[in-house]
Structure formats: structure tokens, C-alpha cells
Ligand binder design. Structure first.
Ligand code: PBG
Length: 327
């Protein structure tokens, strides 16, 4: 029979709330979060059927929401536009229109809340008539290098409008380096790049694509987003993004990829972000709405897990709720 070791009592460190707080390794603050937000051209603010609790804002509605988010202590919002069908083309060139929805939204937020960081998504899917993150070539595949040229134009357009952080989510090869040198060449040396470094071809993006009407018209994104079975490949993408000049790297989705997140965090010299995506949000939201899970407790536990695994920054549709619960 093994001897019971009565000198080692881990429960001593769990004896009281004060003791538990004293020894806690991972605590959350609003500073950890970025809030993804949806914007459209309409004058109405539209609650999304496909993502209960999330609204697609008009530009003025978004400015007010950004103020609420800032008031809660969150440092930044991440903009995602729903573009009118009539503006979508095969090359997605609307993405570089200086009078487009995103540049106007950036300027309006920075004007009202200059201290709040504005992060913009760089990828063509909201603008693409094919619903792909890049330009589809004659062979039916997303063509890397012509896409990168368009992404550079999009990034410059966002920087000129006042974006603080450019976040390329497209997974084209070489786009971080191309965007960095174009930004620097244009004098935007303080505009940061948060690279979607290990972005997986995930079914958990479904509700997001519904919110923006941006799903691929044909096929999927497996030719550029990472295969869910791979982890080592995330380190290859990390090395490239670091060498190309990224300021922050990201793993996405978060919850189903905590092992990848931990591996990237262990290897990274840069801050690491993780994106709790729309499908992860909806799983927690739906189960809570049905009364099967207790929303505040499971959400706080899920984002604590993401931080514990190595995230310095968490993008979450729950960001404002979390900040309010922590207050
Ligand atoms: C677009 C983009 C996507 C998400 C963020 N940026 C969708 C996709 O790649 O298909 C997903 C976010 C979410 O599901 O919450 N490039």
C-alpha cells in the first residue's frame, strides 16, 4: 500500500478566498481584451439573429458603442464591415477606397475617442464577389501575389484613415513583410501589425460569415488557412511573421487550439493574441440562453483558460461583458 503523504497538503493554498487570490497565477483585467465590432452602411443598428447579443452598427451607433467599450476600460475595438453587394467585385478593390465604410468608421471613432485603439481587419472577403480572402485566379484558386498587392493598398488606406493596428487575417504568404514596408515607405512607422499567424480553416467562423454575408460562394478556405490537424506549422508561420516585422502574433480560433496557443506563446518573442471566434461565442451563448450553463461563470472560465494557455491579448465578443463583470 502506498503511504499517504500527510506533509504535502495542496489544499492549504485553497483554504480561503484570500489564500486562493494570493496564489492565483492568472487574473483577468479589461486591458487583456479587444472587442470585435460589426459595422454597416445602414442608418439602423441591427441586432444579429445569427449572433444573439451582437449588433451590426451604423457608423454613429458604432461610435457610441466604442465609447461604452472604452468606458469599461477596454483598450481597443476591431472593425469588421458588411459591404453592400453592389460594391463587391472579383478583385475586392472597394477595400482600398479612402471614402469607403471602414475608413469613415475609423475616422469617426478616432475623432470621438482618440485614446481608443482602432484595429482593422485586412483581407478581401467582405469586398470579394467570390467571398474569398483574396483574388481568385484563372485556375479557380486564390492567387497569392496579386492578392498581397491589394492587401497592401487596403492596409495603407486604413493607416491613412487613422487605424492604430492593421490585422491581416488573409493568410497569404509574405503579406506581413509587404504591408510593413509599404507602411514604412508611406511614413506610417508607428502603425502596428497584428498578424493572424496561425489562422485555421475553421467551421467556428460560420456565424461571423453570416453576420457579414461574406461566406465563400464556392468551396472553402483550406487552400490558405491552416489545417486543423497541424501544430508544428504554426511555428513556421510564427518565424515568418516575426522576420517580416509583425508586432503582435495571433492564434485563431482560441478554445479548440489552446495547445497551439501554448506552443506559440512558448516560442514567441512578441505579444500573443488569441481570437475567441463567433462559433465559440455562440456555443457559450446558446447553452447559457437555454439555461444549461451559467453564462458569466463559463465565459470567465473560458477566457481565463485562453489567458492561462499564453494569450496576452484576447479578442472576444464577450469583451465588454467581461469588463463589466470584473468591475
Ligand atoms: C476574415 C475573417 C474571418 C474572421 C475574422 N476575419 C472569417 C474567415 O476567415 O472566414 C472570423 C471571426 C469569427 O468567426 O468570429 N478574413
Amino acid at each position: 500500500m502506498p503511504q499517504l503523504d500527510l506533509t504535502s497538503r495542496p489544499r492549504r493554498n485553497r483554504h480561503s478566498e484570500a489564500m486562493r487570490r494570493l496564489v492565483r497565477e492568472t487574473t483577468l483585467t479589461p486591458d487583456d481584451f479587444l472587442m470585435p465590432v460589426f459595422v454597416h452602411e445602414d442608418a439602423e443598428d441591427t441586432p444579429l439573429q445569427s449572433m444573439p447579443g451582437v449588433t451590426r452598427w451604423s457608423v454613429p451607433g458604432l461610435v457610441a458603442e466604442a465609447g461604452r467599450v472604452a468606458e469599461l476600460g477596454i483598450r481597443g475595438v476591431v472593425l469588421f464591415p458588411k459591404i453592400e453587394d453592389s460594391l463587391k467585385t472579383a478583385d475586392g478593390v472597394e477595400c482600398a477606397n479612402p471614402d469607403g465604410l471602414v475608413p469613415r468608421a475609423i475616422a469617426a471613432i478616432k475623432d470621438a475617442h482618440p485614446e481608443l485603439l482602432v484595429v482593422t481587419d485586412v483581407a478581401l472577403d467582405p469586398y470579394s464577389s467570390d467571398g474569398q480572402d483574396g483574388i481568385v485566379g484563372p485556375d479557380g484558386r486564390v492567387a497569392n501575389d496579386v492578392t498581397v498587392e491589394m492587401l497592401v493598398r487596403q492596409a495603407l488606406c486604413h493607416a491613412e484613415a487613422g487605424a492604430d493596428i492593421i490585422a491581416p487575417s488573409d493568410m497569404m504568404d509574405g503579406r506581413v513583410g509587404a504591408i510593413r514596408s509599404a507602411l514604412d515607405g508611406d511614413g506610417h512607422t508607428t502603425t502596428a501589425i497584428m498578424a493572424y499567424t496561425a489562422k485555421y480553416a475553421s467551421a467556428f467562423y460560420g456565424p461571423f460569415r453570416g453576420a457579414l454575408d461574406s461566406a465563400p460562394k464556392d468551396g472553402d478556405k483550406t487552400g490558405y488557412q491552416m489545417d486543423p490537424g497541424n501544430s508544428r506549422e504554426a511555428l513556421r508561420e510564427l518565424a515568418l511573421d516575426v522576420s517580416e516585422g509583425a508586432d503582435v502574433v495571433m492564434v485563431k480560433p482560441a478554445g479548440p487550439y489552446l495547445d497551439v496557443l501554448a506552443r506559440v506563446a512558448a516560442a514567441s518573442v512578441l505579444p500573443v493574441a488569441a481570437y475567441q471566434v463567433s462559433g465559440e461565442y455562440l456555443m457559450l451563448k446558446a447553452a447559457s440562453a437555454a439555461g444549461w450553463l451559467e453564462e458569466e461563470a463559463v465565459v470567465l472560465e473560458s477566457v481565463t483558460g485562453i489567458k492561462r494557455a499564453g494569450a496576452d491579448i484576447i479578442l472576444s465578443y464577450f469583451a465588454a461583458d467581461v469588463a463589466a463583470w470584473l468591475a
